[in-house]
Design a protein around this ligand. Structure first.
Ligand code: ADP
Ligand code: MG
Length: 301
């Protein structure tokens, strides 16, 4: 097969591992920087060009699109879909997963366990909003944030009010969430490929920190997940329509709660914590599913 990896940096661990795993299985791989692609959006012959080359003959595309280039990146991915190339993650699903509020709404509609979460727009609503989600301690999150940046723990109602007002004053979109204290600064990352959790790890925040992101100094270890955790993670990925996803769960007194679903999960932490060849599993999944024109949306939506 000829596989395109949409990544801005071929030296990144995850990109390198995908190249390695695909090459090992006899596939041809091309790493494409989406920002350097230009496209011809014509109805008879849609095309994508990169460094003077017409990108044709691809069987599958693996998007590894960073949050800061979501918009243009998904346009390029959509163009591959229009051309009939199989995407391991569809553009529509990718866009959904990048919006925390939208993702939570879709998950709640299907009855997936979630932390109590509120969203508001006008500063006049702040006190009532805090009451609505059960009062402090609360977690306030920037909707567009990643890697733990823009996630704040407010331990009192007063602090929550100030943080919410400050974010709103900056015209940032936020959500306000029940703080799951019993999770103890840890979360569970489940790597879902197709309809299976193929690897899982527990991430623990360092002393004095509640955010377990590896970028914030969290440490990863192997974890055995329960059948409920497994089915929750698989359902969450399915509801968002993601063929590959990193589903983050918090262990709460009322069972696993989905905190977020990541559509470009990093492979380094999970491969070293679990000892699994996740890149190889992703390529195997593509081998089993890639067919010309096999995308739920064909670039729609
Ligand atoms: P990001 O997209 O920036 O990673 P997250 O929503 O994943 O944002 O939050 C970052 C970290 O903060 C999580 O990995 C988790 O450890 C902690 N966290 C987030 N929300 C909660 C919550 N409601 N209760 C307890 N801890 C939380
Ligand atoms: Mg996170």
């Amino acid at each position: 097969m000829k596989i395109a990896v949409l990544s801005r940096n071929p030296r990144l661990y995850s990109t390198r591992r995908l190249i390695e795993a695909a090459t090992l299985r006899g596939h041809e791989v091309k790493v494409i920087d989406v920002l350097r692609c230009y496209m011809n959006i014509s109805s008879r012959k849609p095309s994508i060009h990169f460094e003077g080359e017409d990108l044709v003959g691809f069987d599958a595309v693996i998007p590894r699109i960073g949050a800061s280039v979501t918009n243009y990146g998904t346009a390029v991915l959509r163009q591959f879909e229009v051309m009939g190339v199989y995407p391991v993650i569809e553009s529509v699903a990718l866009v959904r997963s990048r919006d925390k509020l939208r993702s939570l709404q879709l998950l709640s509609r299907k009855g997936i366990g979630l932390p109590v979460t509120g969203f508001a727009n006008k500063p006049g609503d702040v006190k009532d909003l805090i009451k609505l989600v059960g009062g402090a301690p609360l977690v306030v999150k920037l909707l567009q944030g990643t890697q733990g940046i823009g996630v704040v723990l407010a331990e009192t109602n007063k602090a929550a009010e100030s943080v919410i007002e400050a974010f709103m004053g900056l015209k940032a979109d936020i959500l306000v969430q029940e703080y799951i204290k019993e999770a103890g600064g840890a979360d569970i990352r489940c790597l879902v490929v197709g309809d299976k959790v193929v690897a899982a790890m527990r991430r623990q925040a360092p002393e004095g920190e509640f955010r377990s992101n590896l970028h914030r100094g969290g440490s990863a270890s192997l974890v055995k997940i329960t059948p409920t955790e497994r089915s929750t993670a698989v359902s969450a990925a399915k509801i968002l329509g993601l063929g590959v996803a990193g589903v983050d769960l918090l262990r709460s007194e009322r069972g696993p709660l989905v905190m977020e679903v990541n559509s470009s999960p990093g492979l380094e932490g999970i491969e070293s914590a679990s000892g699994k060849d996740v890149a190889g599993i992703i390529i195997n999944h593509i081998e089993r599913h890639a067919k010309p024109g096999k995308t739920g949306t064909r670039g729609k939506g």
